[in-house]
Design a protein around this ligand. Structure first.
Ligand SMILES: [Zn+2]
Length: 390
């Protein structure tokens, strides 16, 4: 048996928690596996003090139910949502999706967690470029998933070759310390890179391997001139002292010599706070662990209706619901489904959950990653422009 479950195994329900398998056994034996239910997916609390979540992994989630006797209504892929809002509902005979719950939640919890973290990093970068360097921090089987969600959340590029190919993007990267060490000298490594690699690839030199960043940056810039696109500082923690000062100094020395076109790329253990603090001195950020290891959004799937009647566990409002948003302000509301929406700012609020899957068939093809990314960026911008949580 492989360490990574195959898609067939996942679709068969083999990755389910055993209690769902036992539940199916009991329901079949007692003739209740056809009991019709409506379940809703919500997140009660986001990681840290995050005010919003980005719904991602929706299209992959839908594909888990392909051919099953299940209907799903959902928010759009990349929708911003808030605590306790129904993000999607699943309806059908409970037996048709009971054993898929584990896989379904895992799909959206991780994808949404990464997309949410990426949206925060992108916002913190304040218009500077963010590159996803996180592939190396998780199992390679997850690399495309990580990069895809980093990208739709707002990352401008991804480093892993397969991820970029999946997204239809050009992979972004510079050079590793290994290249400099093998050549024994930063400039020799850069010259060899420049002589060998496709001229379309921006020349970005890693300048923290052997000598001081300022002197290495100047040396490389003087040698490559206009061809040098950027320098990357991955300065080790033990030498970092004041990373901001190092970046400022490199910028100063480059500008003084007429190399204002050379971009500064910072990497190495950067998260939201570090990026916010450096965004006026760096032009781009390579972000790894903060994205790949993003806290998951812990969706819960709760039954709210059984055989057409509102019925839910303690601590949970019963009945099928609809989440509404005002197009003009930050207003949001959760109301019983099927009832007319409330007015806000004198205009009717818009329902956020729409048919996504009917009888196991996706209602629409998945939106391209770039389109979803634009949607996320637009909503995050609006969210911050309004400066408040609904
Ligand atoms: Zn309003």
């Amino acid at each position: 048996m492989d360490l990574i479950p195959s898609r067939d195994e996942i679709l068969r329900g083999d990755t389910t928690d055993v209690y769902f398998r036992r539940t199916m056994e009991v329901l079949r034996a007692s003739g209740r596996d056809r009991t019709r239910v409506v379940a809703e997916g919500i997140v009660k609390r986001f990681p840290g003090d995050y005010p919003y979540g980005v719904f991602s992994g929706r299209d992959e989630m839908l594909s888990l139910f392909s051919g099953r006797e299940v209907d799903i209504d959902a928010m759009e892929e990349g929708a911003l949502f808030f605590p306790y809002e129904p993000v999607f509902t699943v309806s059908g005979p409970y037996g048709a999706f009971c054993e898929m719950e584990t896989a379904m939640l895992g799909t959206i919890c991780q994808a949404s967690g990464i997309a949410t973290a990426a949206s925060r990093v992108k916002h913190a970068a304040g218009g500077r470029q963010v590159l996803s360097f996180g592939a190396r921090r998780m199992h390679p089987a997850l690399s495309t998933l990580i990069d895809r969600n980093a990208f739709i959340g707002g990352a401008d590029g991804v480093s892993a070759v397969r991820s970029a190919s999946f997204l239809g993007e050009t992979p972004q990267g510079t050079m590793p310390h290994a290249l400099v060490l093998v050549f024994g000298d930063t400039l020799s490594a850069m010259r060899a890179f420049d002589a060998t690699v496709d001229p379309a690839v921006p020349r970005v030199c890693l300048i923290d391997t052997l000598q001081d960043e300022k002197f290495e940056a100047v040396r490389v810039a003087e040698a490559l001139g206009e061809r040098l696109s950027g320098v990357r500082l991955d300065t080790p923690g033990s030498r970092r002292g004041n990373f901001r000062k190092i970046l400022e100094e490199v910028r100063w020395e480059l500008d003084l010599r007429g190399f204002g076109h050379v971009r500064l790329i910072a990497s190495g253990g950067l998260g939201e706070e570090e990026i916010r603090a450096l965004r006026d001195v760096a032009d781009a950020f390579g972000v790894g662990t903060f994205l790949s290891n993003a806290p998951t959004l812990d969706y819960a799937l709760d039954i709210v209706e059984v055989e057409g009647a509102p019925f839910a566990k303690r601590g949970k409002g019963s009945g099928r619901k609809q989440t509404y948003a005002c197009a003009a302000c930050a207003g949001r509301a959760v109301l019983p489904a099927g009832k007319p929406g409330r007015e806000c700012c004198g205009a009717p609020m818009e329902p956020q959950l729409a048919p996504a899957l009917r009888a196991g068939h996706a209602v629409a093809a998945p939106a391209p990653a770039r389109e979803v990314r634009e949607r996320v960026l637009r909503q995050v911008e609006r969210f911050h422009a309004r400066g408040k949580t609904p």
